[in-house]
Design a protein around this ligand. Structure first.
Ligand SMILES: Nc1ncnc2c1ncn2[C@@H]1O[C@H](COP(=O)(O)OP(=O)(O)OP(=O)(O)O)[C@@H](O)[C@H]1O
Ligand SMILES: [Mg+2]
Length: 243
């Protein structure tokens, strides 16, 4: 089993969009679980529009077993959701998690026993105990940036946080790949930020800009379902083959 997290401490850069569309293609390589670990509940609202009974926090609080909280999304793809409204993830992670930084380790073991090949965590842009506890069980973290000036600062914070988690929580998480999202190479400014990101030692994966990404989310679909001939799909697929 491989645990992947899409994370950087920056909001609105495309973490959830990447996690969701990546999970769609990862199904070709095995059983996939996407976990909405963001109190905003964006991924849940996008991919599971119906009401559901149990959220991630209920598993963490041992109110229900993993099996009870699994939501089937597509063949070979399940989800564990988070309630956008009335959810307890934020409160739980602020009050209980500080005393149990290894809280997610047991969940990882249970998911492995359940037979998943890939688990993808969609995370919030924070650097709190919640993000640290999840990074502690990740095998690969995929940072994602927009082609803009402050993305360089964001990457420095990313590397510093990941290094701390690796040291303090004995995490084995690595981050060999970087996603640059919403890029348009015909813009000089985008090309120049792309070039400046080469100074970091990542394999860079670009994802083009497409209004269909948002439209698909409004329709509660994956981009591949909403717009099967979209050029950006090859870019998600390329990443899904190597992670
Ligand atoms: N390649 C893309 N082209 C155009 N729009 C995109 C692309 N990727 C994401 N978006 C849009 O950008 C917005 C922000 O994306 P998303 O919610 O995935 O970001 P996020 O990093 O998860 O945000 P948050 O920090 O709030 O969790 C959404 O409206 C999404 O549809
Ligand atoms: Mg998000």
């Amino acid at each position: 089993m491989k645990v992947i997290a899409t994370w950087i401490a920056k909001g609105g850069v495309g973490k959830s969009t990447l996690a969701g569309n990546l999970s769609y293609y990862l199904r070709e390589r095995g059983r996939v679980l996407i976990i909405d670990a963001d109190p905003q509940g964006n991924t849940s609202g996008w991919l599971y529009p119906n009401a559901f009974d149990w959220e991630l926090t209920d598993i963490m609080k041992r109110k229900v077993g993993v099996g009870q909280a699994i939501l089937p999304i597509r063949p070979n793809l399940d989800m564990i959701g988070t309630f956008a409204i009335g959810g307890e993830l934020k409160e739980w992670s602020e009050t209980k998690l500080p005393n149990q930084p290894f809280a997610f380790h047991e969940l990882r073991d249970e998911l492995e026993a359940a037979g998943y090949d890939f688990v993808i965590f969609d995370m919030s842009p924070g650097t709190s105990n919640l993000e640290r506890a999840i990074l502690a069980i990740a095998d690969e973290v995929i940072p994602i940036v927009r082609p803009e000036y402050f993305s360089i600062d964001g990457l420095e914070v990313f590397e510093d946080t990941l290094e701390n988690v690796r040291r303090d929580l004995r995490s084995k998480a690595v981050a060999p790949r970087l996603v640059v999202n919403g890029i348009n190479m015909s813009f000089l400014v985008h090309r120049s930020y792309y070039d400046s990101l080469k100074e970091f030692s990542y394999d860079i994966y670009t994802i083009g800009q497409t209004t269909k990404a948002t439209e698909a989310q409004i329709a509660h679909q994956f981009l591949a379902e909403y717009d099967p001939s979209n050029k950006v799909l090859d870019e998600y697929n390329r990443l899904a083959k190597v992670v």
